[in-house]
Design a protein around this ligand. Structure first.
Ligand SMILES: *Cc1c(COP(=O)(O)O)cnc(C)c1O
Length: 476
């Protein structure tokens, strides 16, 4: 393809993008294809000769689009949102066009320096103290891995990297069962072993760690000769929004000299609104915090903001400086590849810059406040509806509920059936989780084009499909 053609197709695709977003409400939110449909529509062998873009694009529309679940649909109430706002898409297009690999300062000074400035902007936006420095990681999973490696090496005085873990004491990390599975994976990958991820029981309406139990577990482990190295706390857990008491967790961490990593991948964005910061009291005492602007802040995936109190510990853990990566005489500059597991880095700060400037913090706050308000409203309406029960109250814009008609024998199976019917219907998309062993349906609002009408429609769809289920039950 030559650049003239590229330009023609670029314009055509941006027109397509506009139409896609204008008509997106007509599409079923969750893809309705069967397993294997897309795979089988694709030829088994790669082409020997090239094809024109017209044909490629037609196939894209015919084969790929039906297999897409529309994450940018305003009635996407599943998982957590992954907003791609227009300014972030444009920035990502520019970043793809320039296609600089921002691994070192020298590899693109603007990549590094815009990143430093954007992390300072985000730090201020969330009301975090100046002592945090930040880096953009590809995902919260990577940030958590980097944090776990840092807590490991800090506790071992950097002997783990050099000698491995074989001769060391058994390392122990503490968290509740409500943390994201990326924590388990980080623990596996870091060689700590899943058995040494100690699960602290939860208590209270926010489903946070029982801090007395946490303290006791650490004390018991010390008595057994284990080496406690860190606590991983969550603010807005993925299942039902579980939130640990950060100040109390930090007290305990300080008492035992262990590292704290706070996973606020989703909820962190809400902290641009000062009124929500009560959910992470004492956050400035944490060693490491991650949140994903690519979830609720409108910055196109992937973009995960990782704040760290002492970047020297992180860099000492992850930096490798072979000769070809040495930048002589420039010790003051930052090479962000030394702050993360991958070496290569996309130019991600550009999309943060575009989004923050385009919406302003006020614009973003309004979006988040609406989602929280509408979520509270639909939750209250469902609570007042016969046969529905709110299982976990709204935390920001997430709550869980269950459909529990009187004669229902197997409530788990019934709720699974309700969920499947809702998602097959296509007007809205919801997902599930387990709360205290029970299968529950999650609702979360967070897409930037969502309106109150979309949320009202979610209530109508849920109750209408549930009513149909009752009819089917009683006629059986
Ligand atoms: C989404 C989420 C993650 C994983 O985020 P990735 O960026 O996809 O790795 C981790 N923790 C929480 C609480 C999440 O909501």
């Amino acid at each position: 393809m030559n650049w003239d053609e590229f330009s023609k197709w670029g314009a055509r695709i941006s027109g397509w993008a506009k139409n896609y977003h204008s008509n997106i409400r007509e599409l079923p939110v969750r893809s309705q294809v069967k397993p294997g449909e897309v795979f089988n529509a694709l030829p088994a062998n790669p082409p020997e000769s090239g094809t024109g873009m017209e044909e490629i694009f037609a196939d894209f529309e015919r084969i790929v689009m039906p297999g897409i679940t529309h994450w940018q649909h305003p009635r996407f109430f599943a998982y957590f949102p992954a907003n791609a706002t227009p300014p972030s898409m444009l920035a990502d297009f520019l970043s793809s066009t320039i296609a600089a690999n921002c691994l070192l300062w020298q590899a693109s000074p603007a990549g590094t320096e815009l990143e430093t400035r954007m992390m300072h902007w985000l730090r201020q936006s969330l009301g975090l103290a100046d002592h945090f420095e930040g880096v953009i990681q590809d995902s919260a999973s990577s940030a958590t891995l980097a944090a776990v490696l840092t807590m490991r090496e800090r506790a071992l005085n950097w002997a783990g990297n050099a000698q491995g873990l074989a001769g060391q004491k058994t390392l122990r990390v503490y968290c509740s069962d409500e943390v994201h599975t990326s924590v388990d994976r980080a623990i596996w990958v870091a060689g700590i072993g899943g058995d040494n991820l100690v699960r602290v029981p939860i208590s209270g309406p926010l489903r946070g760690m029982d801090c007395d139990a946490l303290r006791q577990l650490i004390a018991d482990d010390l008595a057994k000769g284990y080496l406690p190295i860190g606590i991983i706390a969550c603010v807005g857990g993925t299942g039902a929004g579980a939130t640990d008491a950060i100040d109390k967790v930090c007290d305990i961490a300080q008492e035992y000299g262990v590292f704290t990593h706070i996973d606020a991948a989703w909820a962190g964005s809400a902290m641009i609104c000062p009124e929500f910061r009560e959910f992470w009291p004492g956050i400035d005492r944490a060693d490491s915090i991650v949140f994903n602007p690519h979830k609720w802040l409108g910055v196109q995936f992937d973009c995960s903001a990782h704040f760290i109190r002492d970047p020297d510990d992180l860099v000492r853990t992850l930096a490798i400086r072979p000769e070809y990566l040495k930048t002589e005489g420039q010790d003051q500059i930052i090479n962000y590849s030394e702050w993360s597991v991958p070496l290569g880095r996309r130019f991600r700060s550009l999309k943060i810059w575009f989004v923050l400037r385009s919406y302003g913090l006020e614009g973003l706050r309004e979006m988040i406040r609406n989602h929280v308000k509408w979520t509270a409203e639909i939750s209250a309406k469902l609570a007042d509806t016969k046969d529905f029960e709110i299982i976990t109250q709204p935390f920001l814009s997430l709550f869980t509920f269950r459909f529990v008609p009187k004669n229902a024998k197997d409530a788990d199976a019934l709720n699974q059936q309700l969920l499947d019917r809702i998602n097959d219907d296509g007007r809205i998309y919801l997902t599930k989780t387990r709360v205290d062993g029970k299968l529950v349906i999650r609702f979360t609002a967070g897409q930037f084009d969502t309106t109150q009408t979309d949320v009202d429609m979610a209530y109508d769809v849920i109750t209408e499909i549930a009513a149909g289920l009752i009819v089917d039950f009683t006629s059986q």
